[in-house]
Design a protein around this ligand. Structure first.
Ligand SMILES: O=C(O)c1ccc[n+]([C@@H]2O[C@H](COP(=O)([O-])O)[C@@H](O)[C@H]2O)c1
Ligand SMILES: Cc1cc2nc[nH]c2cc1C
Length: 368
């Protein structure tokens, strides 16, 4: 790993387990039967461990949408053409996309970052950190160099730090990139299969089955084209043999620039003890990447929702995270995380504002 990124990862502090224990004890003094607020209580405890505050805050939230293109899109692996990435970036800047609506609903600061859109983009409000004009087609060559991969991760760190300086108390990362479920499935397969992809002379049928199991319809491919997408991913992994234990090897060979940016933003959130609400499939693969770069990142992550994309459950299981919502969504942009945000806010308000048995003069139950 490049020295500066390695240094950054090593500087990420542990969370505060003691604050979590204190929060758990405090929850039992509030005017409710013990444990009766279910997972909201667990969320409050996690937020306390992340922030070190028994009464944590998550508002205002910040949302960063990272946009980039994928050379592998030319293999016909998406239901939409590549130009939709740039068109949707303009839509984000005009306030008309789903994430704009949800950002307004939850009072979030929203930033859109071009880390690698395949065409020149200049628009008011767009943050340009273009590392290159889209990745290369990884069916033929590595998606990007390791230097480019690191540059995109560092762009994510920089943008998250800028929002944190502006006062956000939680972070949602989203993405836009036609073809990025192909990159995400390839990365997830590399993390999942590890040695079996890196080592063996030929990919055996069991490994091929495992790879195929994490590939789905993305924006809405028909079954026949999902099969084609599977074949593209299997061939790309057989060509590059990424090492699942080397996150930058996986990212540079079969990854994406927006996935790198999202991972960088998560590293920055962990460094500054800011909770991250993870979105769908692509975002969760970025979370896996961030956790591979620095395992401590896992402690600051909450899974917002379960996407319909089949590989998402596999990625969530690898992270050992249970999502808050399961609404059959598969949009991306950070939309599922933004919709989940009010639950996280509810957990904060509950621990922050509820009366205790003592302050309200309510008689506590047994074992108080
Ligand atoms: O977040 C998800 O779970 C999700 C699942 C499927 C598709 N997407 C979005 O759709 C785009 C990628 O789909 P595709 O088919 O082009 O690979 C990208 O812009 C993502 O934001 C997002
Ligand atoms: C229209 C459209 C909007 C999106 N938002 C995130 N991914 C997307 C993919 C498409 C195709």
């Amino acid at each position: 790993m490049q020295a500066s990124l390695n240094h950054y990862c090593l500087s990420i502090p542990p969370v505060d387990r003691q604050a979590g224990q204190e929060a758990a004890r405090y929850l039992d003094t509030l005017t409710k039967p013990k444990g009766s607020l279910g997972r909201l209580e667990a969320i409050a405890v996690q937020l306390a461990t992340i922030t070190g505050q028994v009464k944590p805050r998550v508002s205002p939230p910040g949302i960063i949408v990272f946009a980039a293109d994928h050379g592998v899109a030319e293999e016909g692996v998406s239901a939409y053409p590549q130009e939709v990435t740039a068109q949707m970036v303009r839509n984000f800047l005009q306030g008309g996309a789903a994430i704009n609506v949800f950002a307004r609903q939850i009072g979030a600061l929203l930033e859109v970052v071009d880390v690698g859109v395949a065409q020149p983009l200049e628009a008011s409000g767009l943050v340009s950190r273009k590392v290159r004009y889209g990745t290369a087609n990884f069916l033929k060559e590595p998606a990007m160099s390791q230097e480019e991969a690191v540059a995109a991760v560092e762009a994510g760190i920089e943008r998250a730090e800028a929002l944190i300086k502006r006062g956000i108390k939680s972070l949602i990362v989203g993405e836009m990139g036609i073809g990025n479920t192909t990159a995400s499935s390839a990365m997830l397969a590399a993390f999942l299969c590890g040695e079996k992809i890196r080592g063996s002379a030929e990919l055996d049928t069991e490994v091929i089955g495992q790879i195929q199991g994490v590939v789905g319809p993305g924006t809405g491919l028909e079954q026949e084209r999902v099969n084609h997408k599977r074949s593209v991913i299997v061939r790309a992994l057989a060509l590059h043999r990424p090492d699942g234990n080397k996150p930058l090897d996986v990212l540079s060979k079969v990854g994406g620039l927006e996935i790198a940016g999202m991972a960088g933003a998560m590293l920055a959130a962990a460094k500054h003890r800011i909770p991250v609400i993870v979105d769908g499939f692509i975002c969760t693969v970025a979370a896996l990447l961030a956790v591979k770069l620095c395992p401590r990142v896992s402690d600051v992550l909450l899974a917002g929702h379960r996407s319909q994309e089949p590989g998402h459950q596999v990625a969530l299981s690898l992270l050992d995270k249970e999502p808050l919502l399961d609404l059959g969504m598969r949009l991306g942009e950070g939309s599922g995380a933004a919709v989940a945000f009010p639950l996280v806010e509810a957990a904060c308000r509950m621990i922050g504002e509820m009366a205790t048995f003592q302050s309200a003069g309510v008689t506590d139950g047994e074992g108080a």
